[in-house]
Design a protein around this ligand. Structure first.
Ligand code: PAP
Length: 344
């Protein structure tokens, strides 16, 4: 729907939230940030004060979830771009032909909004409310940061996590590309130390993962917990699980026609990263945050940490992971295979 057809959204009802945000910024504990100077700790999680904190508060105060919403959630650099494409292509497979698919022209980031960064842009709350059901959103928010009303709405979450060592390396590369010019680049030892201490935008990483993991055990029909490594190793197995969870399982006929493989090919790193829109396009999150699409595609591999971390660094992250996840039943990295024939 064209923006001009939308009713005018007055910002007055959000003024209270903006005022709260300014007040909070002055009082919340501060930590060193990866992209900007500092992050603030809000309800246990580290957030950029001008972008993410504002988004989280607006979601908490104003977002009205619907039972039919599906929110793709992840800590940074765990596979949002990939999952976004897969979910969009799966949900809309009856509408679009794969050869002229909108993903080929608009790229993954414009196919559905990142809730927490979109919500504070202009008339976005009105836009969100006018979107037809079922709505798809992406988010980096920890589950505990969502208001109770979202969970009570009966909406679904798809969560993707990844080996924290690869997350650290991916995030370190990404944040240095976006780092404000006035600051010297963040060195890997600095990023590593901050990551281990949990001081990392939207983190601590382990708390983020555990929140969704525990909720997925309690409500498996509402929260689908996926791992990047499993998706890489057995993509068709997990795409079929995803489609089923979304309430749109692939039929035998679709499977026989090879639709699962075609969607995987459309959304593959190789295909997406070579599209013009992903080489030259940009995302305008705010006046302070404009990201070139190409930065969302780096290597798309498992285990790149081996090229960067020493044995000692690796061991410390593995120790923290073991300690934090103890008793949860969760292990990070690849799970046992479902189907050996689908190894890449
Ligand atoms: P975000 O947190 O900024 O949204 P996100 O998309 O979650 O980023 O993660 C980016 C990572 O996914 C990058 O990993 P790398 O730095 O280790 O390479 C990126 O390359 C990878 N990625 C992007 N698209 C795909 C894809 N289609 N398949 C597999 N991996 C992908």
């Amino acid at each position: 729907m064209a923006a001009s057809l939308l009713p005018h959204q007055s910002n007055s009802e959000f003024e209270e939230t903006y005022r709260k945000c300014s007040e909070l910024m002055k009082t919340l504990p501060k930590g060193k940030a990866w992209r900007t100077e500092h992050v603030v700790q809000y309800q246990g999680f580290w957030l950029n004060p001008t972008v993410a904190l504002k988004g989280v508060l607006l979601v908490q105060d104003h977002f009205k979830a619907r039972a039919t919403d599906i929110i793709l959630s992840a800590f940074m650099k765990c596979g949002t771009t990939w999952l976004r494409s897969l979910m969009f292509a799966t949900a809309n497979r009856y509408r679009f032909d794969l050869s002229t698919h909108p993903l080929l022209k608009t790229g993954p980031h414009d196919c559905f909004p990142m809730l927490d960064s979109y919500i504070y842009q202009g008339d976005s709350i009105t836009h969100l409310e006018l979107l037809p059901s079922p709505r798809l959103f992406a988010s980096h928010m920890a589950l505990d940061l969502f208001p109770k009303s979202v969970l009570a709405s009966g909406c679904k979450f798809v969560y993707i996590c990844r080996d924290p060592k690869d997350v650290l390396i991916s995030k370190w590369h990404f944040m240095n590309k976006l780092r404000v010019k006035e600051l010297a680049p963040l060195t890997l030892p600095e990023a590593y130390e901050l990551f281990c201490q949990g001081v990392s935008e939207f983190g601590p990483f382990w708390d983020h993962v555990l929140g969704y993991w525990k909720a997925s055990l309690e409500s498996p029909d509402k929260i689908l917990f996926l791992k990047y490594e499993d998706m890489k190793r057995e993509p068709s197995v997990h795409l079929k699980r995803l489609a089923e969870f979304m309430g749109q399982p692939f039929s035998m006929e679709e499977e026989k026609k090879g639709l699962v493989e075609e969607i995987l090919k459309l959304c593959s790193f190789e295909n997406l990263s070579n599209l013009e829109v992903n080489k030259a396009g940009i995302q305008h999150f705010s006046d302070q945050l404009v990201i070139e699409n190409r930065h969302f595609f780096r290597k798309g591999q498992i285990g790149d940490w081996e090229n960067h971390l020493t044995e000692e660094m690796k061991n410390r992250i593995d120790r923290i992971t073991k300690q934090k996840l103890k008793g949860s039943g969760l292990t990070l990295g690849a799970s046992p295979l479902h189907n050996c024939s689908s190894w890449e």
